[in-house]
Design a protein around this ligand. Structure first.
Ligand SMILES: [Fe+2]
Ligand SMILES: [Fe+2]
Length: 151
C-alpha cells in the first residue's frame, strides 16, 4: 500500500468507527427509557454490539505496532506516549463497560449507561486526537516531498 493509501485507510477506519459509535449511542440511549421493553431492547442491542467495540481496541493495538499504520510510522516519542496512554484508558473503560454489561439487569441500567457514556466520550475524543496527528503527519510528508522536489 502506498503512503497516500495508508493515510486514506486510517481516515476511513476512523470514520467507520465514528459511524458505529453513533449507532452504539442510540442503543445506549434506549436504556434511559422508562419503558421496560425499550430497556430490554437496548440491552440486547448493546450485547450484540459488544464484539465490534472489542475490534476497536484491536484497531488501536495495530496503531501501536503495524508498520503500515501512519500513526506508527510518523509518531514522535511524545505523540506515541500520549497515544499509548489514551489506548490504555480506552482498554480500561472498555473492560469496565463489559463488566457492567455482563452484570446489568434491565431494571438497573444506570451504571451501565454511565460507563457506556464514559467509553463513548473517551473513544470520540481519542479519534479527534488521532485525526489531528494524521493531518499533521500528512502535511509534514507533503512539505518534505516539496522540499525534495526543489533540491
Ligand atoms: Fe485510531
Ligand atoms: Fe487509537
Amino acid at each position: 500500500m502506498d503512503l497516500q493509501a495508508q493515510f486514506e485507510s486510517a481516515h476511513r477506519e476512523h470514520q467507520e468507527i465514528l459511524e458505529f459509535l453513533d449507532r452504539w449511542e442510540e442503543a445506549l440511549r434506549l436504556l434511559e427509557s422508562e419503558n421496560c421493553d425499550v430497556c430490554h431492547a437496548g440491552l440486547a442491542r448493546l450485547r450484540h454490539m459488544a464484539e465490534p467495540i472489542g475490534n476497536i481496541c484491536e484497531h488501536c493495538r495495530r496503531e501501536e505496532e503495524d508498520p503500515e499504520s501512519p500513526l506508527f510510522r510518523f509518531a514522535q516519542e511524545a505523540d506515541r506516549g500520549r497515544m499509548k496512554d489514551e489506548h490504555f484508558r480506552l482498554y480500561r473503560a472498555n473492560s469496565e463497560f463489559r463488566r457492567e454489561l455482563d452484570l446489568t439487569k434491565p431494571a438497573y441500567t444506570g451504571d451501565l449507561v454511565l460507563s457506556g457514556l464514559k467509553l463513548l466520550t473517551t473513544l470520540r475524543g481519542h479519534i479527534v486526537y488521532e485525526e489531528g496527528l494524521l493531518h499533521r503527519f500528512a502535511a509534514n510528508q507533503f512539505e518534505n516531498e516539496l522540499a525534495a522536489s526543489h533540491a
